[in-house]
Design a protein around this ligand. Structure first.
Ligand SMILES: Cc1cc2nc3c(=O)[nH]c(=O)nc-3n(C[C@H](O)[C@H](O)[C@H](O)COP(=O)(O)OP(=O)(O)OC[C@H]3O[C@@H](n4cnc5c(N)ncnc54)[C@H](O)[C@@H]3O)c2cc1C
Length: 439
């Protein structure tokens, strides 16, 4: 039953979807306006040109500690479509001849980690230093430090940095340690690594994200009476006094009534555009920087790298950092992923494909030369905002913007969630916004 109050949610990523469900639960008549053809936001899928295989915008992996995401997936009925590992396992490849792996037992992580680190295939001194570093994650870091600064101060340069910290930093922060906020990264690690083995373990999607979010959202929203409009791009928000009075979609204007609420779940750069005339509101978050992700999806024809598990860190790898596999996919299908590397800016698909093939050969040897391999490139320029030390003061608390209109609330991974740009940060931003609503 709705209370007669309306809520417009702008943007159907995981933050917008969480907000839409929560507002509906609180009695609002909800209308969600999404510019794409489907919900899911940055976790969307589209067909590969030749094969029509549905490929993600880029790999998205969850961790067991993603409780906000698990709640959303449960609501969509897709929580079971993941390989839910019981503890963390990750492979490392240094080149054609050398590999290592980190495998936690099912003991709580603080107990399992020392043993796993001592078995990691790096020098003995480096393992001891890595162990000391892991123990000092607990103490956090000065808010002004980059993670590179933390590595230096904690004696983690060399092998611990290359093998353990840098891959983790790229995976979680989507930037190199030189650009990452140490405090934010360590907070994310504490959440994953200070609890049970399951909370640090990967949740690996067994299907494209379009089938986990976008497709099921259609039915779930319909069942709950949430009105979804796709292909609805918001171009402007009109204000009068301290209220939003209209949402503009090109030629169409939706009037916002006195009791109506507008929730923006758009990314920072999109919200900045629709608030273009209100510089005072966008001044801080408008300066957040973006970091890209490039994924090269391979289907090998003649040769294939060995299956070393779903997540393989390519140690020292540039520009690709990980080789990733979807559970259940044939061995010939995998992806190389590059996070936060700007060397692809301005490069063509053909150039990126060549670079990806060369790197595969560097890490797996000439046995992985396959001229017939099909490679599909997905490039997302605004994959995440850069969570550097300066970003903390630029991210507004989910809810009303400082001095913003009283009926405009904001959420999204880029708001102040205490987490870097992740699916989980996005859902938690919406939960925080919902918690701030008056009953
Ligand atoms: C390639 C890639 C890989 C990633 N890998 C991981 C990972 O492994 N693990 C992880 O936790 N996170 C990962 N992330 C980050 C994660 O995708 C984001 O943090 C999260 O999806 C953000 O959700 P959101 O709802 O805040 O924003 P978004 O997902 O960006 O949703 C915003 C929505 O607003 C819509 N929109 C924008 N402008 C308008 C407009 N004018 N009018 C109407 N609608 C509009 C957009 O179309 C979009 O649907 C990855 C991101 C990318 C791009």
């Amino acid at each position: 039953m709705t209370s007669g109050r309306r809520a417009f949610v702008l943007g159907g990523g995981v933050a917008g979807m969480t907000a839409a469900f929560g507002l509906s639960d609180r009695g609002f008549a909800v209308e969600l306006l999404e510019s794409r053809k489907q919900c899911g936001g940055r976790a969307f899928s589209s067909a590969a040109p030749k094969t029509q295989r549905r490929l993600d915008n880029g790999y998205h992996i969850m961790l067991g500690c993603y409780r906000g995401m698990q709640t959303l997936l449960r609501r969509l009925g897709t929580e079971g479509d993941f390989q839910q590992d019981r503890s963390l396992t990750m492979a490392y490849r240094f080149g054609p001849e050398r590999t290592a792996s980190l495998r936690l037992s099912r003991l709580p992580v603080p107990l399992a980690m020392p043993w796993a680190l001592l078995r990691l295939g790096i020098g003995f001194g480096a393992r001891l230093r890595a162990f000391r570093g892991m123990a000092s994650v607990m103490w956090g870091a000065d808010k002004t430090w980059t993670f590179a600064e933390w590595l230096r101060r904690r004696g983690q340069l060399g092998e611990p940095d290359q093998v353990m910290w840098r891959p983790l930093c790229r995976a979680v922060m989507n930037v190199e340690p030189e650009d990452a906020s140490a405090a934010e990264f360590l907070a994310a690690l504490r959440e994953a690594f200070l609890g049970s083995a399951a909370s640090a373990a990967f949740w690996l999607p067994k299907k494209p994200w379009g089938e986990l979010l976008g497709d099921p959202a259609l039915r779930a929203f319909e069942n709950e009476g949430i009105k979804l409009r796709t292909g609805a791009r918001v171009t402007e928000l009109k204000f009068e006094g301290d209220r939003v009075v209209a949402i503009v979609l090109g030629d169409e204007v939706i009037e916002v009534g006195a009791d109506d609420t507008v929730v923006s779940a758009m990314p920072w750069f999109a919200l900045r555009k629709v608030l273009g005339d209100h510089e005072a509101l966008t001044k801080a978050f408008g300066t957040l920087r973006s970091s890209p992700i490039v994924t090269a999806y391979f289907t090998m024809v003649n040769q294939t790298p060995p299956d070393e598990g779903p997540v393989v860190a390519l140690v020292g790898g540039q520009p690709f950092h990980f080789l990733l596999r979807t559970p259940g996919d044939p061995t010939a299908q995998f992806a190389l992923l590059s996070g936060g590397n700007r060397s692809f800016d301005g490069k063509s698909v053909a150039e990126i494909t060549k670079i990806a093939k060369q790197q595969l050969q560097r890490y797996y040897g000439s046995a992985c030369t396959d001229d017939d391999a099909e490679v599909v490139i997905r490039k997302e320029q605004h994959a995440t905002f850069v969570a550097d030390p300066a970003s903390a003061v630029l991210r507004p608390t989910p809810g009303r913007l400082p001095n913003g209109p009283s009926n405009l609330l904001v959420c999204g991974d880029w708001t102040a969630t205490g987490l870097p740009a992740t699916l989980e940060g996005a859902t938690r931003s919406a939960e925080k916004l919902l918690a701030s609503l008056p009953n």
